[in-house]
Ligand binder design. Structure first.
Ligand SMILES: [Zn+2]
Ligand SMILES: [Zn+2]
Length: 266
């Protein structure tokens, strides 16, 4: 079984599950390691959720449980930072505010809207909306370097009116290639996020074509995460995803300890 490097618990604004319950499920599934990556999204638009994080309380609980379960599973300390191009001061500050093992940089907000909130799709075509999201993500990648992997790069597709029905790599090739090349140039990883299966897309985020393209361009740092917010989604579809990644040309996936990459066999 693979390590799961994208996990949330009740320290994230959109999960109710105590961290210990997540860990117990991870042990039951036989995971060698789990890395919690609780949400912190500064300047998140007003709405149903807040993505503030009580970082000291989170770290304290994690270190306590890491110790308690050390003979059964390895627990790592991560965070999923919500990037926005104007947060040039606060994002690097957050990244260096604790001794993290692993940081995910995710784009959840474009033009002060989370595509999860469907107003993002009003008054523009699906193509325009998806393209705009990719533009903002690329701007984030050019602005920030203080994270280890880029989370779910086609996140926007989860929430589009027709989801991935009309979405192909070819349609967005120029901007997706620019994103992949920027990641490679900056030695930031690409995440394979299996929540795409949970959202009924039939594919991970990003899709196989994008993963294979990253490999073809020379991309090597590939992280793997379920983005679970509840125990039943931990390591979601990991077995099939391992096969799919091998078919995309990968022989290894990457985990991080104290922000340093380690390559493990798929
Ligand atoms: Zn996310
Ligand atoms: Zn997440």
């Amino acid at each position: 079984m693979y390590c799961d490097y994208h996990l949330h618990s009740s320290f994230s604004g959109d999960s109710e599950v105590p961290m210990e319950e997540m860990i117990q499920k991870g042990i039951q599934l036989g995971l060698p390691a789990m890395c919690f990556t609780e949400h912190l999204d500064p300047d998140f638009p007003e709405g149903d959720y807040s993505f503030d994080l009580d970082l000291p309380a989170y770290e304290k609980k994690l270190r306590e449980l890491k110790e308690k379960y050390r003979d059964r599973i390895q627990i790592y300390f991560g965070m999923e930072m919500g990037l926005q191009p104007h947060l040039t001061k606060v994002i690097p500050e957050i990244a260096s505010s604790a001794s993290f093992d692993f940081l995910i940089g995710s784009t959840h907000v474009a033009d002060h809207m989370d595509p999860y909130d469907r107003t993002f799709f009003e008054e523009r075509s699906e193509y325009q909306a998806y393209h705009r999201y990719f533009e903002v993500l690329l701007e984030n990648l050019k602005t920030f370097s203080c994270f280890d992997t880029c989370g779910h790069i086609d996140y926007v597709v989860r929430y589009g009116p027709n989801q991935n029905q009309d979405y192909t790599y070819e349609k967005y090739q120029d901007i997706l290639d620019a994103i992949l090349k920027t990641l490679i140039e900056k030695q930031i990883g690409l995440e394979c996020n299996t929540a795409g299966f949970k959202y009924g897309l039939g594919h991970p985020n990003p899709t196989e074509k994008v993963l294979a393209r990253y490999r073809e361009l020379g991309g090597e740092i590939l992280t793997l995460g379920s983005d679970a917010h509840a125990p039943e989604h931990i390591a979601y579809n990991f077995k099939e995803t391992g096969e799919l990644l091998k078919a995309c040309g990968f022989r290894y996936y990457t985990i991080f300890k104290e922000r340093k990459p380690e390559f493990l066999k798929l």
